[in-house]
Design a protein around this ligand. Structure first.
Ligand SMILES: C[S@@+](CC[C@H](N)C(=O)[O-])C[C@H]1O[C@@H](n2cnc3c(N)ncnc32)[C@H](O)[C@@H]1O
Length: 253
């Protein structure tokens, strides 16, 4: 068994990228993001596009959207899915906290709380400055955020299985979890296993989530030149101050 201490931006590589689609249980409705892009206007950019949800659905709808992801393995899967679906897609292998693209966008979004994968406020600030630099003046950003709950004890050690493309059995479990209320981080050690032809592969990696009280995020966004236009819950209603899921709509000042 290998214990890997990957950088948070490299978590979704190797066996994790291979397991991602087979183990996925939930996808965000692409229409939420398509509606945002139609309203804000194109071109648009999805940060953390991974293997292509919802990016490919938006491309299929004819929307002018590009993707960014820090994992070359996830982007390779995205390109293969696009080819298989006959959809053209432009994706960039970059970290959202070090964004440097030749084009500016009228809309930048993340699908689901991928922004929580940035490990601390400094990385969040760098990502927000990058978003601002890549937005046209008056452009819009959509950033969903989540406050994670501790994993119930009964779920730690429980194994989920799925079948990989080549028929191998993929196994996934949470080994342990630590929460730091001061740093606002929750780090789980996740175990991924592959049992196919040949020797099994077993890898454990830390998976970090970093969260924000609403005023802290609003201040980080404002310091980057992004004014908060609205904060809504998953159903599009104004979010309560202590909501655990919030969708921030920001405007480039
Ligand atoms: C939970 S997956 C979501 C992928 C896809 N949007 C979906 O909904 O299926 C998060 C993605 O964000 C990417 N990611 C994580 N940290 C990143 C960073 N700092 N910069 C850019 N992408 C990042 C990961 O590589 C991964 O593909």
């Amino acid at each position: 068994m290998e214990r890997q201490h990957t950088d948070p931006a490299d978590f979704y590589t190797g066996i994790v990228a291979e397991s991602y689609a087979p183990l996925k249980t939930f996808s965000y409705d692409p229409e939420i993001y398509a509606a945002f892009v139609r309203e804000a206007g194109g071109p648009a950019l999805e940060l953390g596009c991974g293997d292509g949800d919802p990016l490919l659905a938006l491309r299929r709808d004819g929307l002018d959207v590009e993707g960014v992801d820090s994992s070359a393995d996830m982007l390779e899967r995205c390109r293969r899915r696009a080819d298989a679906a006959g959809v053209s897609v432009t994706v960039h292998h970059q970290r959202m906290e070090a964004l440097s693209l030749p084009r500016r966008f009228r809309a930048v979004f993340l699908a689901g709380p991928t922004f929580n994968l940035l490990p601390d406020d400094a990385a969040a600030a760098a990502a927000l400055h990058g978003i601002r630099r890549h937005l046209t003046d008056g452009g819009s950003a959509l950033i969903p955020l989540h406050v994670p709950s501790p994993t119930p004890a009964g779920k730690v050690g429980r194994v989920r299985t799925a079948v990989a493309d080549d028929g191998a059995e993929m196994r996934f479990s949470i080994v342990s979890e630590e929460r730091d209320e001061t740093a606002r981080t929750q780090t789980a050690v996740l175990r991924y296993e592959r049992h196919g032809a040949g020797e099994p592969t077993v890898v454990e990696r830390p998976w970090l989530l970093h969260w924000y009280p609403r005023p802290v995020f609003e201040e980080l966004a404002a310091a980057a030149g992004l004014a908060t236009v609205s904060v809504t819950d998953a159903d599009g209603r104004a979010a309560a101050d202590d909501a655990t899921d919030m969708v921030f709509r920001l405007r480039a000042a």
